[in-house]
Design a protein around this ligand. Structure first.
Ligand code: CUA
Length: 207
């Protein structure tokens, strides 16, 4: 839409500039002309409105939640994340970075002990907050970046259409161990997710 408007403007301006070279319209006494100045000020303003309104519409449509299957609550702490699945008899756990060098299968400084498990092909709502300072729950590969503010509950949503492991980090400068509170999402099939939930509920000492 914007590109078509741009092409039209480019063609119009190119035509006017070219025609300046090839005509002989000369007016020695033309110093001001309020009417044409008014027209070429207002016309671009209207054009900008035509570009801005569809963009705003998309912006607010993207913010809308499409009937999420589960709600995940993520709480930022100095310096780890904790998660709550309040749809299932309030499952909650902390998610700490794995520090031991002997666990060589993990990405350094990027993996956690308890990953966030999410069923794929489902709309997920995530609520984000913090207990101490401002953090940010950010996973670049999912296009999710939302600040975790103390005393405030932020909401966003995402949809993963394949299984996999997705890594993120806190990009808000939140203190000495800011670099050591990674986020890991494990996207699995809904069948395995139900197994995980059942298994989790039967283990009390996970907390
Ligand atoms: Cu939390 Cu940086």
């Amino acid at each position: 839409h914007t590109l078509i408007i741009l092409i039209m403007i480019t063609i119009l301006v190119s035509y006017m500039m070219l025609s300046l070279f090839f005509n002989k319209y000369i007016n020695r006494f033309l110093l001001e002309q309020q009417m044409i100045e008014m027209i070429w000020t207002i016309l671009p303003a209207i054009t900008l409105i035509f570009i801005a309104l569809p963009s705003l519409r998309l912006f607010y449509l993207l913010d809308e939640l499409n009937n999420p299957l589960i709600t995940l609550k993520s709480i930022g702490h100095q310096w780890y994340w904790s998660y709550e699945y309040s749809d299932f008899s309030n499952i909650e756990f902390d998610s700490y970075m794995i520090q031991s060098p002997e666990q060589m299968n993990n990405f350094r400084l990027l993996d956690v002990d308890n990953r966030v498990t999410i069923p794929m092909n489902n709309q997920i709502r995530i609520l984000v907050t913090a207990t101490d300072v401002i953090h940010s729950w950010t996973i670049p590969s999912l296009g999710v970046k939302i600040d975790a503010n103390p005393g405030r509950l932020n909401q966003t949503n995402f949809y993963i259409n394949r299984p996999g492991i997705f890594y993120g980090q806190c990009p808000e400068i939140c203190g000495a161990n800011h670099s050591f509170m990674p986020i890991v999402i494990e996207s699995i099939s809904i069948k395995n997710f139900i197994k995980w939930i059942n298994n989790y509920s039967s283990l009390d000492d996970w907390k």
